[in-house]
Design a protein around this ligand. Structure first.
Ligand code: IVH
Length: 674
């Protein structure tokens, strides 16, 4: 080795130490201390030095994550210790049986368990020799896996070198590689934009990303890693408990789920399950249950394992959010704006606590892409409170003689022509308020809780009112009589009187609510509120031109055009005039002065972690200054604020020529306007 000046060697070592420290604070402690730009400068300096002094390059240098060449196939890795899988429990009773079995073998007393989330990704084994990552492998069949070392190295949450001193000379770390839900959404947006097939769920996306022959592709995917245990250990002194091993792993720089806990007895397990079920939808990654493990290693050993799974652990699964079922029909629904939505009618299936009989297919493009047909077996998903959707078709189970579903060319409700604007995925009925379906939906929207909030005016009542021609438009609601209402199905005298009172009460409303209730295309609650506070009076809004409208935060040229065109229609003006005649009224609003909103009309996107401010606070500060904060970068974005580890949004912003602010620049901007 040629001689390199000592100060250079020292600097290189110092940089590596510093970078590892930052990786540790970011991935393990979830508490970064420097902005991303500063981190990039450290990496940049190290890269520069390594370029000039190639002798100083080492395999574990933080610059060497994406060094691997494209492979033609993965080599096999035979495990010294089998990669076990887990038995499942689907109910509290099954967990009780597991706990009973454990106590039968260990003696009847309260057992100490380590409890962890069950991450929905894929298992990986990472071999560290003298603290250096020497091999990464997938689980495969548990005995033989695939060598994905080069890919594992690109995942920044996986340390290339362990930190500290007391790790065993040979240590196999096991855990789960996963994709965050946000990373998954972003990846699928990219896949679609590049005309590639989207992934069905974050687990498939994580698996597909790790099993890439080209490590550069893996490097570009938003993958994370949490360890949940160890495999082979040589010559090390490890603690006696699983939970203590996880603490050790963290100290060595290996990320462990912050949700891991120690619990006692069956009750402790079930309490933990309910706690995590509550946290589930708010976690940035997907979990499909929790895992309980007997905490003392000596007791794990006494229990041993059966064929593929240990007797000392069990996975307690959440009720499924995805299930298989069959399509018994496909209908097309017509929405308030005439949009046609294909909906699959399903054989009833129990999904995450409710029975599901319909799933949306969103629009024609989605329907085509998924090619869902009547009698197909499909995967249906329900996440949180959103409408269930069809994820994909199980093609292997497609019966013969199925036919591709075609969207109708005429509205299934009123027979008007169906039109599809260029570049839009949505097909629409051109019937406007001639179409009873659109009329019904317009009234439903008008009466809904966030609009005029007419209690007791439910969907079934509105359907009858429209079908019996008792109302055509929303203003007709206010000339209905108690007798007319009492004559409807599901209505008695009493409820008719109640509804009359509710109608009367709804006349006193707010400006923002009234604007929202009109159902102008693309004017949701937030836009309606922004319009109300900008214009102050309904007259000012009605007479505004497109240019004036675009001064309102949240309103771009498309929405401005919808608003102007809405108020241009004599029919709409007529309905509004009639509503006022019937006594619908609201208080005017003091308009917001745009001079106190210096960032009015500017769109910001936030990405990465800011060291000095929580993301929500940054968002709130920007919004008070009049800026719009959006979730994804587009041509409309004015600024991208990039904190630590900005991910793909940064690349996207750079491609589109969006101004990128690092944390210090962002702070200066806030200070200037505050
Ligand atoms: S322990 C001997 N802990 O679930 C026990 N597995 O169904 C081996 N998984 O292959 C696994 N989160 O990929 C364990 N906290 C966790 C886990 C977990 C997810 C996965 C893992 C395993 C599969 C078994």
């Amino acid at each position: 080795m040629s001689k390199v000046a000592k100060n250079i060697v020292d600097r290189v070592n110092q940089l590596r130490r510093e970078i590892r420290g930052h990786d540790y604070r970011y991935y393990v402690l979830d508490a970064p201390t420097i902005p991303d730009a500063a981190y990039d400068r450290l990496i940049g300096e190290l890269r520069e030095l390594e370029k000039h002094y190639p002798d100083l390059v080492t395999e574990d240098s933080p610059t060497r994550r994406v060094g691997g060449k494209r492979a033609t196939e993965f080599a096999e890795v035979r495990y010294q210790l089998r990669m076990l899988s887990l038995d499942n429990a689907f109910s509290a009773e099954e967990v009780a049986e597991f706990d009973r079995r454990v106590r039968d073998r260990l003696g009847d007393r309260e057992i100490e368990y380590a409890a962890e989330p069950k991450l929905d990704g894929l298992a990986i084994s990472l071999m560290y020799e003298n603290g250096l990552l020497t091999q990464g492998a997938t689980r495969g069949d548990g005995e033989v896996g695939e060598d994905v070392t080069q890919n594992a190295r690109t995942i920044r949450a996986i340390p290339l070198q362990l930190i500290g001193k007391d790790f065993p000379p040979v240590l196999e770390v096991r855990g789960e590689v996963y994709m965050t839900t946000a990373g998954f959404d972003e990846l699928n947006r990219r896949q679609l934009a590049e005309d590639r097939k989207p992934f069905a769920n974050p687990r498939n996306a994580a698996a597909g990303s790790l099993r890439q022959l080209d490590p550069a592709v893996t490097a570009d995917r938003p993958l994370g890693f949490f360890s949940y245990g160890i495999g082979v250990v040589r010559d090390g002194n490890l603690p006696k408990r699983h939970s203590e091993i996880l603490v050790k792993l963290q100290a060595w720089g290996v990320p462990v789920s912050p949700e891991s806990a120690t619990v006692h007895g069956l009750k402790g397990c079930l309490d933990y399950f309910h706690k995590l079920a509550g946290l589930r939808d708010g976690l940035p990654y997907q979990i499909d249950g929790v895992v309980y493990k007997v905490n003392l290693l000596a007791e794990q050993e006494r229990l041993g394992f059966v064929t593929r799974a240990p007797r000392w652990a069990v996975a307690h699964k959440f009720p499924a959010h995805e299930e298989l079922t069959r399509v018994i029909g496909i209908d097309v629904q017509v929405g308030r704006t005439g949009a046609l939505t294909p909906v699959a009618r399903l054989e009833p299936v129990f999904l995450g606590g409710v029975t599901v009989t319909n799933a949306t297919l969103h629009n024609e493009d989605e329907l085509r892409r998924k090619d869902v047909r009547v009698h197909d077996t499909i995967l249906v998903r329900r996440a949180g409170d959103v409408i269930p959707e069809v994820v994909s078709v199980v093609l292997e189970r497609r019966p013969q003689d199925t036919e591709r579903f075609e969207m109708p060319t005429q509205c299934p409700v009123c027979g008007s022509e169906v039109v599809k604007a260029d570049g839009e995925a949505v097909a629409r009925c051109s019937g406007g308020l001639y179409c009873p379906a659109q009329r019904k939906e317009a009234v439903k929207h008008f009466a809904s809780r966030r609009a005029l909030d007419i209690t007791g005016l439910g969907d079934k009542i509105i359907d009858q009112l429209v079908e019996k021609a008792l109302i055509r438009h929303v203003d007709d609601l206010y000339v209905l009589t108690a007798e007319q209402l009492a004559g409807l199905d599901r209505m008695g005298k009493k409820s008719a009187a109640k509804l009359m009172a509710a109608l009367d009460k709804s006349k006193q409303t707010g400006l923002a609510r009234f604007i929202y209730a009109l159902g102008i295309r693309s004017v949701g609650e937030a836009t309606a509120a922004a319009l109300a506070s900008h214009f102050g009076t309904f007259e000012a809004l009605m007479s505004a031109d497109e240019e004036t409208l675009q001064q309102v935060p949240d309103v771009g040229p498309v929405v401005a055009a919808f608003i102007v065109s809405f108020f241009r229609q004599p029919h709409n003006r007529d309905v509004i005039a009639k509503l006022r005649e019937c006594g619908v009224r609201w208080a005017n609003v003091t308009p917001a002065r745009s001079s106190v909103q210096p960032l009015n009309g500017k769109t910001f996107v936030l990405t990465g972690a800011l060291a000095g401010m929580a993301r929500d606070d940054a968002k709130a500060r920007l919004q008070t200054l009049g800026a719009k904060v959006s979730g994804s970068v587009s041509k409309k974005t004015d600024y991208l604020v990039a904190g630590a580890d900005p991910g793909s949004k940064l690349a996207c912003a750079e491609k589109l020529g969006v101004v990128v602010l690092d944390e210090p620049a962002f702070m200066v901007l806030l200070a200037k306007h505050s």
